[in-house]
Design a protein around this ligand. Structure first.
Ligand code: FAD
Length: 469
């Protein structure tokens, strides 16, 4: 949707590098156009920057060899998990090798007594949960897509459960990483806490493939709660819904999920996915705990909701109904696309301190209306994180310019409120300038780290940092 046009010169030494990669991987490299395009497009971001080659690795040893070949010839490497990132993260503006680790998909160790798991980077979040279901444990981080755990670590992903269980930052204990010079490093361990030196794990979580290739991830697991209840409540006003979220969090209720879908989004869900929610600003919620604690939490939130104009608060412990509800939430983007055939979706992503959530959501909704844009709002509002899913009219540059301007104003508003330009989607190509606006002088520190670990700038170049001038 956001077109990144490039007319770059061919990389010198590419043919040499491809011959060596072919010798190493045989049929597991591809220069087919369709494969290259599939490895650069991502979601919501249409790129004209395919890599020159896609290489499929099956082991850390192969990743080391691929990195050494690329480093020896100055060829860029773009790590690739499942390609669901949304800010042009996997585009190859300088060409190079897309290093696809999706075939590194083994679960290496499940330590049920310690509640942790060691996985290869290509394991997806759903595959992990399927594998460990019988242990009574689960991994809670759930970006809407079935992303790879390496990609999720690389983007510091989160999702609907983050309000209770945290993000990839809180849930990644350790990493194995191949750095730009082909060395294998291990960061962290399985201990729940450590004061041992610089925290390299959490420097690499969120580094978007710009510092190295993650080849192993150690993650925290949680016991599947004894009881899970889901609830829905519609509100007369958006303020009422957001104020309910703020009071719930400020009261310390340990809610597991609290998601906002505004009236525009609910209307689309009803029309396209055949739900029959009242067309109101609505909260989808989930409570985890014992029978008694789930009931207590639900009743407390119901009382808060009712003080804020919430009606028809309904809740259920039926697994089937819960699944249907969360599927509806996760499908919002695809349903929006169906409602506007031929149009695209631009998912914005800001996060603000919870006390500023109401003003930022309300002024952003007003802004979209004044700009004449269709922009349903969904959000992990318990964290102060929300998305406007702005519908993009095809082939209309003026319309697209209005969306860019809306996104810029949204981010400026979030930053002014003490928030961030991205709560979970990351920077990629799309938010480089916003990152500089957010971090100012700290960008020099990030640049120094990048320079120290990747002096040739071969690891996912063009992302996070402005191009060198
Ligand atoms: C419908 C939809 C809903 C979404 N909802 C959410 C959400 O709720 N929360 C959220 O956080 N995100 C969400 N996302 C975005 C996306 O799913 C996440 O960014 C996800 O973490 C990307 O994982 P991936 O495996 O697809 O990574 P990719 O897209 O393959 O890669 C993403 C970035 O990580 C790097 N990378 C990938 N693997 C590695 C590796 N092994 N080592 C080093 N770097 C690597 C890549 O180079 C790239 O920079 C959503 C996306 C869609 C399409």
């Amino acid at each position: 949707m956001v077109k990144a046009v490039s007319a770059r010169a061919p990389l010198p030494h590419l043919d040499d590098a491809v011959s060596k990669l072919r010798a190493l991987l045989g049929e597991r490299i591809s220069t087919a156009q369709a494969v290259r395009e599939q490895h650069s497009t991502g979601v919501f971001y249409s790129s004209n920057d395919p890599p020159d080659v896609v290489a499929f690795a099956r082991s850390t040893g192969e990743v080391v060899e691929i990195v050494k070949i690329c480093a020896g010839h100055g060829i860029p490497i773009i790590p690739f998990g499942t390609g669901t990132s949304v800010e042009g993260h996997i585009a190859a503006p300088l060409g190079g090798v897309s290093l696809d680790v999706s075939q590194m998909d083994r679960i290496l160790a499940v330590h049920t007594e310690d509640l942790d798991v060691v996985v290869q980077p290509g394991v997806t979040r759903k595959a992990l949960n399927t594998h460990i279901r019988d242990t009574g444990l689960f991994f809670p981080i759930d970006p809407g897509a079935d992303a790879s755990l390496g990609g999720m670590a690389a983007t510091r992903a989160s999702g609907t459960n983050a309000v209770r269980y945290g993000t990839m930052r809180e849930n990644t204990l350790a990493l194995e990483v191949v750095t730009a010079d082909g060395r294998v490093i291990r960061t962290g361990g399985r201990a729940r806490k450590s004061s041992a030196g610089y925290d390299l794990t959490h420097m690499l979580v969120g580094s978007e493939g710009t510092l190295g290739v993650i080849t192993e991830v150690t993650l925290r697991l949680y016991g599947i709660p004894e009881k899970i209840a889901a609830a829905v409540c519609g509100f007369a006003t958006l303020e009422g819904a957001v104020d309910t979220v703020i009071s719930t969090i400020q009261s310390g209720i340990p809610i597991a999920r609290i998601e906002l879908l505004d009236d525009v989004q609910i209307d689309i869900l009803n029309r396209i996915a055949k739900f029959d929610f009242p067309v109101r600003n609505t909260l989808f919620m989930e409570f985890h705990g014992t029978d008694a604690s789930v009931r207590e939490q639900a009743e407390m939130v119901q009382a808060i909701a009712s003080d804020n104009g919430g009606g028809n608060f309904s809740w259920t412990t039926q697994a089937e109904e819960r699944t249907k509800l969360w599927q509806a939430r996760h499908d919002a983007t695809w349903v929006d696309k169906q409602a506007y055939p031929g149009w695209d979706v631009w998912a914005t992503d800001v996060c603000v301190p919870i006390s500023r959530l109401a003003e930022v959501v309300l002024s952003s909704k007003k802004d979209a209306a004044e700009a004449g844009l269709v922009a349903p709002i969904v959000g992990h509002v318990g964290d102060g994180n929300f998305h406007m899913l702005v519908m993009v009219k095809p082939d209309d540059p003026a319309y697209l310019a209005r969306i860019h301007a809306l996104n810029d104003r949204l981010i400026a508003r979030a930053l002014a409120a003490g928030g961030t330009c991205t709560g979970e989607h990351g920077i990629g190509l799309g938010k480089v300038e916003h990152l500089y606006a957010e971090h100012g002088d700290s960008m020099h520190v990030m640049q120094a780290i990048k320079q120290a670990l990747d002096p040739q700038n071969i690891m996912n170049p063009g992302k996070i940092f402005r191009p060198a001038t």
